[in-house]
Design a protein around this ligand. Structure first.
Ligand code: NOJ
Length: 741
């Protein structure tokens, strides 16, 4: 009898393809679910790390591969390459039901072609290019058998000490939401199931970016209003854009770990937002509810996480070891398991894996993606657009390609892998593929130009013995380019820093070189906003060059020598000192708003520190200059059924063609809850030839004026508003309007 049943199921399995043609995906999912035992269902909810590389604390497990064959694993992470994914998929094909594995990986800013880190890309404010960057990453990763990237990270971050700021889009909810959509679209391409598309994953749900003190894995405590208004919209935008999966988070939110948080996962995500994909835990975060002090043991952790809506357990082993007993004990209802498994199976069907489990693991396609010159071109474009010009006194930049002698100084001038940044892969031929700044400059300048080089110092120690050589080198040059910053592993997961000044003796090196009196250009490579006040005050020219990826050196050379006029704008405020953190432009006014730094009784700040950041959100210069006219409004008051148009004329008044990002901010002056001093509500990128002027218009409707009231309803309120347009959050023209009833 039992045997017959198995044969009957096997027949069904072999006719999956036939089923596939006739039924809707939901029907197909149901027909597979019906065949599954409880243990097989729980296996689908289990994700293990592969035996080759790890991105978290590993559990040694000799039986790992056997468990795949036994149907105890639904997904693997960190299994890289068409060959390996195929080999492991082979094991899944030996299971009773032959349900294919999903392979996930942190493809955060490129796979083979490494793009600028996400925070740098955000500085481009260029949604098309950001989408293209994700598209390239997806194409390359998918050819290697990867079905799923754990990106985009859409956490809003107002604390540059937090190591993971590099992985997101910065401090602003509006910009962050648009970038979330661009990245989801890029990764998922024309649709899941295509062999150049990977499932995206909006993470970390939720509010991870607000970890207290910017310490990774730390707690988050915030009002629900702030959660809804500032931290959730990028997740909602990703869900609306069709993101296939969500990842929950390490942090507790108001005392409840995100992984066991019903309010987040069941009420908001799967309830209010009607999200149809599945939720994966973060690495070990189910089991980590024990040290959190929320679950007594793994049995309870599995119960709390599953009931709260975490569908897949990444690396805790809590589900595989406990869910079956939990169901038998009546602690987890079978409907919870069925719902999770259906969500996971559904995506496997959408990806086409039931028809061909190996369709992504194709060594030929994989090879064709290696060193793809088209991808490299897009990477260079993205890198150029990510660079932010912070200072350019006396038009120090751009440099002439005919400069006779250029001194190249600093620990990043010849850097290779440090150009890639955290969350990137090293490939065997990287040293020949990645361009250093030195090589980029060398191929740009005239044959007669002489390049001198001195490293000067290391990135992060106190050794100054290289200074003398650096100074001597500088003395022989017409111009000096110094490149300093953070090493690749100084910002990223578990890389929070309390001191975010330029590390080591690098700023002393800048001082020593500047004492020669030579014109100096400073470039700063980093994954976060750093503090470098002496340099900012004294160096004539500064470019923020982040971690720009594979073609960093060529992109930098294009900007240094004026083949590209920099256009990046900061996606995060740069603090004067760590004492100002958290610092963000869209704060409230408070009852005692300071008008300037010396108001004695009107200081919602410190007596020993300015109110203002060193560089504001939205700031970034160009080699040319842009002049803004006053703002014209289509009317001074408008009704909720109408729209208002705000127009400025922007003129290129300098000597170079260039691109400006025209930013629109609004302030709601009085509300049933207090409103920020300014909120980004729109922006447009405009390219203007030297001397050219263009009218730029923004349409404003009540949608732009909505906020979450104290009942967590998203509403607008009639009243008075200020409207600002300009080239940075602190450099705007201003007018006002009224929204009538
Ligand atoms: C932990 C990180 O928080 C998460 O973002 C990442 O996707 C997983 N590890 C897997 O590497």
């Amino acid at each position: 009898m039992k045997r017959n049943l198995i044969i009957a199921s096997a027949c069904c399995i072999f006719s999956f393809t036939a089923i596939a043609q006739k039924k809707t995906i939901d029907q197909k999912v149901d027909s597979v679910l019906k065949l599954m035992t409880l243990d097989e269902k729980i296996g689908q909810m289990n994700q293990y790390n592969g035996p080759w590389a790890a991105t978290g604390p590993l559990t040694n497990d000799d039986k790992l591969l056997d468990q795949i064959k036994e149907g105890k694993v639904g997904s693997m992470l960190n299994v890289t390459g068409a060959k390996r994914t195929r080999e492991l998929q082979d094991l899944a094909m030996q299971t009773r039901l032959k349900i294919p594995l999903l392979f996930g990986q942190d493809v955060i800013h490129g796979y083979r072609t490494i793009f600028p880190i996400p925070l740098a890309e955000a500085a481009s404010w260029d949604m098309k290019l950001i989408e293209q960057s994700a598209r390239v990453a997806a194409t390359e990763a998918a050819a290697s058998g990867i079905h799923w990237t754990f990106a985009p990270m859409v956490d809003i971050a107002r604390d540059p000490r937090w190591g993971r700021v590099m992985e997101g889009a910065g401090e602003d909810t509006y910009l962050g939401s648009l970038i979330a959509v661009a990245r989801v679209k890029g990764f998922q391409g024309k649709g899941l199931g295509n062999t150049n598309a990977v499932m995206a994953c909006a993470k970390h749900f939720a509010a991870y970016g607000a970890a207290v003190g910017g310490r990774d894995y730390n707690s988050v405590d915030m009002s629900l209003r702030q959660l809804h208004e500032v931290y959730l919209p990028p997740f909602k935008a990703a869900a609306d854009a069709g993101v296939a999966t969500f990842m929950n988070s390490f942090n507790d939110l108001n005392g409840i770990p995100a992984t066991g948080n019903k309010y987040l996962q069941r009420d908001i995500l799967k309830g209010q937002w009607k999200f149809k994909g599945f939720v994966v835990s973060d690495w070990g975060s189910v089991g980590e509810m024990i040290p959190h002090g929320y679950a007594k043991n793994n049995y309870e952790a599995a119960m709390l996480a599953a009931n709260a809506g975490s569908d897949m357990d990444m690396e805790s082993r809590s589900y595989i070891q406990n869910l079956s007993k939990l169901v038998k004990d009546g602690k987890v209802n079978i409907s919870v398991i069925d719902d999770a498994v259906k969500r996971i199976l559904r995506i496997k069907f959408v990806m086409g894996l039931f028809d061909d489990p190996y369709k992504f693991s194709n060594e030929e396609r994989e090879k064709a993606q290696w060193n793809n010159t088209e991808h490299r071109k897009i990477e260079k474009e993205m890198a150029k657009k990510s660079i932010v010009l912070l200072k350019n006194d006396k038009q120090t930049l751009p440099l002439s390609k005919q400069t006779k002698t250029i001194a190249l100084i600093g620990p990043f001038i010849k850097a290779i892998s440090d150009n890639l940044g955290f969350w990137s892969y090293d490939w065997p031929d990287d040293s020949s593929r990645i361009t250093s700044t030195y090589d980029g400059i060398k191929s740009k300048v005239s044959a007669d130009s002489k390049l001198l080089y001195a490293k000067g110092c290391n990135i992060n120690d106190s050794i100054t013995t290289g200074f003398a050589e650096a100074v001597e080198t500088a003395k022989q040059a017409d111009v000096v380019v110094i490149q300093v910053g953070e090493a690749r592993d100084m910002t990223g997961e578990a890389k929070s820093r309390s001191n975010i000044h330029l590390p080591g003796v690098q700023e002393d090196l800048i001082k020593a070189v500047m004492a020669t009196g030579k014109p100096v250009v400073v470039m700063i490579n980093a994954g976060r906003p750093l503090i470098f006040n002496w340099t900012a005050d004294n160096a004539p020219a500064i470019l923020y060059t982040w971690w720009l990826g594979t073609d960093a050196g060529n992109a930098i050379a294009d900007v240094l020598f004026g083949d590209y006029n920099p256009s990046g704008k900061l996606p995060m405020s740069f603090p004067l000192t760590e004492g100002q953190i958290p610092i963000y432009y869209n704060h409230y006014n408070t009852g005692r708003p300071a008008q300037n730094d010396s108001d004695r009784f009107y200081r919602s700040a410190y007596i020993d520190l300015s109110l203002y950041p060193k560089f504001a959100f939205g700031y970034g210069l160009s080699y040319t200059s842009f002049e803004y006219s006053d703002i014209k409004l289509s009317k001074s008051s408008f009704k909720p059924t109408e729209k208002l148009t705000a127009t400025v004329t922007v003129k290129n008044t300098g000597n170079y063609d260039g691109e400006e990002t025209v930013q629109l901010y609004i302030q709601d002056l009085f509300g049933s809850v207090v409103r920020p001093v300014k909120e980004l509500k729109g922006f447009q990128k405009v390219f203007l030839k030297k001397g050219e002027a263009k009218e730029i218009s923004f349409a404003i409707t009540t949608e732009d004026l909505k906020f979450f009231n104290d009942k967590l309803e998203k509403i607008y309120e009639p009243g008075d508003f200020k409207l600002f347009i300009g080239g940075a959050s602190n450099n705007v023209k201003q007018t006002s309007f009224t929204l009538t009833k």
